[in-house]
Design a protein around this ligand. Sequence first.
Ligand code: ZN
Length: 126
Amino acid sequence: MDSNSADPDSPAVSKLQLRIGKLSLPDQRSLHHWLGELIASHAATAALAAITPRTGREVVAQRRLERVTYQLELVRCGKPNCRCAIVGERPHGPYWYLYRWNGQKVVSEYVGKVLPAVVRDDQLGG
Ligand SMILES: [Zn+2]
């Protein structure tokens, strides 16, 4: 993670700081906004790439789009009397779940047994 921390003495950064310092305030604000969006985008991409299966879940398929990850998951619900709690019994599902960055963290949404057509079409196109 040390490689991600900014180095204030980097020649490239010093050079940019000199040039940015000469920009107008509106340009500096515009640049600030752009940089914030860029950093947030990196954070979202990294977080979505690092999704780990939740307890009792088994990921059987994954579809990654630009800012959204779809996962097909087998689910053990955790209820002690459910058939899925028996070793050797099949879990629930599989069901598709959507994972997206909400600006602060990755959140998940239940999609259903069938992947939306727009996602399937995207896969066929690639
Ligand atoms: Zn169950």
